[in-house]
Structures are given as C-alpha cells and as structure tokens.
Design a protein around this ligand. Structure first.
Ligand SMILES: [Zn+2]
Length: 210
C-alpha cells in the first residue's frame, strides 16, 4: 500500500489549510499503522501462532501432503528455488520484482521444531523438517519482503501456493487461515482528503448537536 500518493496530493493543494493537511497526514499515518504488518510499522508479530496452526491443520490433508514435494538434498532444493524465483508469479509477489535467493542447510539439528528462516537474500532450511516445497514457499514469501506473518505475508504466500502447489491447495489453506480468524485480501485504502474531511465535519456537527 502506497500512501505517498495521498500525501503528495494533499501537500500540493492550496485550497486547504496547513492545519487540515497535517490532520489528514496524521490520519494517513495512523491508518497505515493500523493496517500494515511490516517490520517498520509494527514490531510485534502477533499472528505467527495462528498462521502455524492453520498450516499444520492444512498439512494434515493427505492430498496436500502429496503436493508438498520433498527435496533429497540442498542442491535439489536450490534448483527448485531458482526455478521459482525466475517465474512471473514470483516477480509479481516479490517486493524487489524478483531476485535470487541462496539456500543454506541448518547445521546442528537439535530436534527443535523449526523448519526454516529467511532473510531477503538467504533462506536456511532444516534438513529434517524443512526440505520440502511448502517450507520453501513459506520462506520465499518472507524473502519477498514480508518478515512478519501478517495479512500481506499471507496474501503473498497464497499466491505462491496457488502457482506451485495448485489453486485448490491455496483455497484450502485460505480456509484454514479463516478458521483461525486471520484476515486476508487487499490492504484497505484510506479515505481521500474529501471523504476524510466530510466524515470529520459530520462528526463535528454531531458533536455540536449533543
Ligand atoms: Zn515464517
């Protein structure tokens, strides 16, 4: 969601006061804080547990398990990763418009249940739990620019699952997200200055009546 269009628009206008501009920009900022889930805007990743729960429920389906191809080794995983990051789908999903990602193998496995983790250019996969297509897609959705597990991460992930595991698999995962009361779909758009200003005046009028 790009808020700069809204901000630039209101900054250029001479028919409104600086005070109104500031109040509107303040509204835009709080709208952004409220609806986005990225590293800068919100340091808490509160939806992780529910995302994991949904994934586990989804992976209980035998037919989903069949689509979740296992990798024999890191080389095979890297080949699959390269073939995915080169697709149009990934280029669209990725904030950088498609970039290469290097895979690493997690060393010293101690039996703890972490499948993998991601940075923008590097993903580490656990050879015991994480050498599979779904873990790779989950981590690629992070590498695409969403470090948390919020709405925008889930949207990216569903697009990847749809393209590489099938639309029915994505639909089923979406259902599990909904079961966990996790929001999906586009980031809501803020009001334009006119709409915001109108709503504000209405509120003020209502308050005056009381
Ligand atoms: Zn994750």
């Amino acid at each position: 969601m790009d808020y700069s269009v809204y901000k630039d628009d209101v900054k250029q206008r001479e028919d409104i006061t600086v005070g109104e501009q500031r109040a509107y920009i303040k509204y835009l900022n709080s709208h952004k804080r409220k609806h986005s889930m990225n590293r800068m805007a919100n340091s808490r990743d509160t939806e992780t547990g529910r995302v994991y729960k949904a994934e586990r429920a989804w992976l209980k389906n035998k037919w989903v398990q069949k689509r979740n191809l296992q990798f024999k080794n890191l080389k095979q995983a890297q080949q699959r990763c390269n073939s995915i990051t080169r697709t149009r789908t990934y280029k669209k999903v990725d904030k950088k418009g498609g970039h290469q990602v290097t895979l690493r193998e997690k060393a010293n496995y101690h039996g703890r249940g972490c499948h993998g983790w991601a940075y923008t250019y590097e993903i580490t996969l656990c050879p015991t739990n994480g050498f599979n297509l779904y873990t790779l897609l989950h981590e690629l959705a992070h590498a695409a620019g969403e470090m948390h597990h919020g709405r925008e991460f889930r949207n990216r992930l569903l697009k990847l699952v749809s393209a590489f595991m099938g639309p029915d698999a994505a639909k089923e995962l979406k259902k599990e997200f909904k079961n966990q009361k996790l929001k999906l779909g586009n980031h809501p758009k803020p009001y334009t200055f006119e709409r915001w200003s109108g709503a504000r005046e209405k509120m003020a009028a209502m308050r005056a009546k009381l």
